[in-house]
Design a protein around this ligand. Structure first.
Ligand SMILES: Nc1ncnc2c1ncn2[C@@H]1O[C@H](COP(=O)(O)OP(=O)(O)OP(=O)(O)O)[C@@H](O)[C@H]1O
Ligand SMILES: [Mg+2]
Length: 314
């Protein structure tokens, strides 16, 4: 990661007549960073991604890919692979034919197309289907083919609009794995998704939009931590029961509202103090001699932050 900016949107606005679909959207994705774009239906995710990939012209604002303004230089998009909304690959063709066509568009030669096609079709688990006509494919299978198309030229920057929507659970896991593998290749990824666990698993940073505006942006863990207002519940699972003595001493610690047994080997701690105080509580539990197996923190999740930030009227 050289710290450069791969994708930059500056004050992106798109209006349709008097309706503003997105307003003053700013985002920056550093090289090697994986960013998730989330927000309710109609928030403006697809519009933002379309503007970033040049599929629509913003009413105002600038998009730079690796520092190059895409308005002036179409070649800025050469290193970008993208899938926006649910595109339909040409139904009368086979995956092999589509990838050959795509490869030619990118100026790849026959040998390169053959090698890359096999690679991407294997990645999306569609190699065995390479000679079959796409018209018989399910939605999820088509989705995999368009992902293969996007990855064919081995792009440095990948922009995907809901890449796992419509896939079965195995397809979701496999697609996430394909994307996860791009990390080791130092690729940059910007994806929109409604699946928050996908963001937690895949992305280091997040941009949240609502009603066409950015409402939060930054490091996922930092934002989630910062959003905790009502405190958290800590569930602590232990090998042996926690002694009454430990429980009463933890109850008296700063930030702890209550600490109680829940079953023989689980303790529930209601906590609303600072991160440092929470670390002290965790330490006390580890030093209790009960043998901490796991600690589950509820209330500090991406989901709880999302629910809070997208609440009607907030
Ligand atoms: N061509 C268009 N003409 C008029 N309004 C549009 C057009 N395209 C999008 N919009 C509106 O812009 C807003 C943002 O739409 P967009 O598709 O970007 O949302 P989204 O966040 O991708 O939603 P979803 O999660 O449902 O995919 C919506 O209110 C939508 O109706
Ligand atoms: Mg959309």
């Amino acid at each position: 990661m050289d710290g450069g900016i791969a994708i930059e949107a500056e004050n992106l606005t798109k209006t349709y007549g008097s309706f503003t679909a997105i307003s003053d959207i700013n985002l920056k994705v550093r090289k090697g960073e994986f960013m998730g774009l989330v927000g309710p239906n109609g928030a403006g995710k697809s519009t933002t991604l379309k503007a970033i990939t040049g599929l629509l012209q913003p009413t105002s604002g600038t998009v730079r890919i690796s520092g190059i303004d895409i308005k002036d230089h179409r070649h800025a998009m050469e290193h970008v692979g993208c899938v926006i909304e649910t595109p339909e690959p040409y139904p009368g063709f086979t995956p092999a034919e589509i990838l050959t066509y795509t490869g030619k568009m990118y100026g790849m030669d026959q040998a390169e197309i053959a090698i890359r096609s096999r690679d991407v079709l294997e990645q999306v688990k569609m190699w065995d289907w390479r000679g079959k006509t796409i018209s018989g494919f399910s939605k999820g299978m088509r989705q995999r083919i368009v992902l293969a198309q996007a990855l064919l030229p081995n792009p440095e920057i990948i922009i995907l609009d809901e890449p796992t929507s419509g896939l079965d659970p195995r397809g979701m896991v496999e697609t996430r794995k394909v994307l996860q593998n791009l990390k080791s290749k130092d690729r940059t990824l910007l994806i929109s998704t409604h699946i928050l666990s996908e963001v937690s698993e895949l992305c280091g940073s997040i941009t949240m939009i609502r009603d066409g505006r950015v409402i939060a942006s930054g490091d996922v863990a930092t934002l989630v931590r910062g959003s905790v207002k009502k405190g958290v519940t800590l569930l602590v699972g232990t090998v042996r029961p926690v002694s009454e003595e430990t429980l009463s001493s933890v109850s008296g610690m700063e930030g702890v509202r209550s600490a109680e047994h829940k079953g023989d080997n689980t303790v529930v701690i209601e906590f609303d103090g600072t991160p440092d105080q929470q670390a002290e509580v965790t330490r006390a539990m580890f030093e209790s001699g009960a043998g901490v197996l796991w600690i589950n923190e509820k209330g500090a999740t991406l989901e709880s932050m999302y629910m809070e930030m997208t609440e009607e009227g907030s």
